[in-house]
Design a protein around this ligand. Structure first.
Ligand code: FES
Length: 164
């Protein structure tokens, strides 16, 4: 049967990570949980648009996608922090110092990857390769990819959000 892949809900580069997960599983409907994990890991939560997109791409009824997303407590259905910072921890980024970036943010804001600051301003997330290895270490600040990010730069950038 001929099947045209739906396009992601936005040009946010993070959708590439989600697409890569689905591609790896041949867009099989059994990859639903894995795909939702990938959305949650990269965006920090699942929203309606993401659920609709995943449902279409994997050809799974939307009701089932909602069922799975609400059944497992590890999925979050609403935005967490006002801003999100995703540090790529894929091999290239890891070697080029991504762990230092994560450590600096964790220490300054007292959050671990996957957590949000108490004031709700910042969520820190990590991802596997986001397809920008030439820019290692790569960090996605609110959907915008930045390359060769040092811990100082990351803190500076986040400071612009949190100091407001
Ligand atoms: S490993 Fe980070 S972009 Fe590829």
């Amino acid at each position: 049967m001929h099947f045209t892949k739906p396009s992601p809900p936005s040009d946010d580069k993070r959708w590439r990570i989600v697409e890569a997960t689905m591609r790896r599983h041949g867009y099989d409907h059994n990859a639903l949980i894995e795909t939702l994990h990938s959305v949650q890991q990269t965006f920090g939560y699942l929203d309606t648009e993401a659920l609709q997109y995943v449902a279409k791409a994997l050809r799974v009824p939307l009701s089932k996608v909602y069922g799975v997303a609400t059944f497992y407590h590890f999925f979050t259905l609403k935005p967490q922090g006002e801003h999100t910072c995703v540090v790529c921890m894929g091999t290239a980024c890891y070697i080029k110092g991504a762990p230092h970036v994560v450590a600096a943010i964790s220490e300054k804001y007292q959050i671990q990857p996957g957590e949000t600051t108490a004031d709700g301003k910042l969520s820190l997330l990590t991802a596997r390769c986001i397809g920008a290895c030439g820019l290692a270490p790569a960090v996605v600040f609110d959907g915008e990819v930045a390359g060769k990010v040092t811990p100082e730069e990351a803190l500076q950038r986040i400071g612009r959000w949190t100091d407001q």
